[in-house]
Design a protein around this ligand. Structure first.
Ligand SMILES: [Zn+2]
Length: 304
């Protein structure tokens, strides 16, 4: 990856804004997505908080609406139309990553950006240039012209003023998924993305499938979202762990509930055979499961 040429002067910034890579529109003109994202960042981020740092979750709705107002109708829902510029805005101006500062997967769409907790920010050098009121006004004028040409600027100014982010996250489930996703992205790599019991693991499009980050001290019962309270388990072993069929001893070996009747039928089924087997633990000692969480699970979940 080459280091992007970050603009350091007003002239360089103007050139960068004029040469944004934008696809052509059927009715002539060029796609307004990137200029609209930039205008929103300047008006609703930089002017408000002094930085353009934003989570995709916050930008998706207002920027998507702006794009919808200035393009023809397409099949993409309005609230999802900010995904393209968020991911594709030029690297010389902007850096977008997932919640853990890792690069976004190529072609990540609206849903994946939400799940990854995607966030972005204009480079500090660009923010510094835009911190000068004169520069900011001239760049806004340039961007407005890029979107609407001459004549309809006042409509855009109005819709920009209206493009306030919603005060509350609208979709609680989405927030929940992002929390789960952050926890998973902290826990799973420590376990090599594989079940700590059976070793099952696999990736699809770079994302683990069938293996989950389980809380040892249940989150619903106040267990924290820390790696030491997590364990990577495949879907089957996660279910058995949460139902108390499987537990952990203080030495982090597996315990099988004496109440469990193994459906295998011939005595030594696949679950009974797990008793006493050590669970795989992260190589980094500090990331291993905390004794206090094991104690909670043994007392409240495990059917001993
Ligand atoms: Zn497993």
């Amino acid at each position: 990856m080459t280091t992007p040429d970050i603009p350091r002067t007003e002239a360089e910034l103007r050139d960068a804004l004029r040469t944004l890579n934008r696809s052509g529109l059927r009715g002539g003109g060029r796609a307004p997505h990137k200029p609209l994202l930039l205008l929103w960042l300047i008006d609703h981020r930089l002017a408000v908080s002094g930085t353009t740092e934003t989570r995709y979750e916050e930008a998706a709705e207002p920027v998507g609406q702006l794009i919808a107002q200035h393009t023809e109708r397409v099949s993409t829902p309005d609230g999802q139309r900010a995904a393209l510029p968020f991911r594709l805005l030029e690297a010389e101006l902007w850096q977008a990553t997932d919640a853990f500062s890792a690069p976004l997967p190529e072609k990540a769409g609206h849903r994946l950006l939400l799940e990854l907790g995607a966030r972005g920010r204009l480079h500090p050098a660009v923010e510094e240039l835009l911190g000068d009121r004169g520069v900011r006004d001239r760049m806004r004028t340039l961007l407005l012209a890029e979107v609407v040409g001459s004549g309809t600027g006042s409509t855009l100014e109005q819709s920009l003023r209206d493009a306030l982010p919603p005060a509350e996250p609208r979709y609680r489930q989405v927030t929940q998924r992002i929390r789960d996703s952050r926890f998973a992205r902290a826990v799973l790599p420590s376990y090599g993305n594989a079940c700590a019991v059976c070793g099952f693991g696999g990736l699809l499009d770079g994302v683990p499938v069938g293996v989950e980050a389980a809380h040892v001290h249940a989150h619903a019962a106040g267990g924290p979202d820390v790696v030491q309270n997590g364990i990577a388990l495949c879907g089957l072993h996660h279910a058995l762990f949460d139902h108390g069929v499987l537990g952990l001893s203080e030495e982090l070996t597996l315990m099988v509930s004496p109440l469990f009747v193994d459906g295998g039928g011939n005595g030594g089924g696949p679950v009974a055979g797990l008793h006493g087997v050590p669970v795989r633990q992260p190589s980094e000692t500090a990331l291993r499961i905390g004794a206090e969480y094991v104690g909670w699970h043994t007392e409240h979940v495990f059917r001993g």
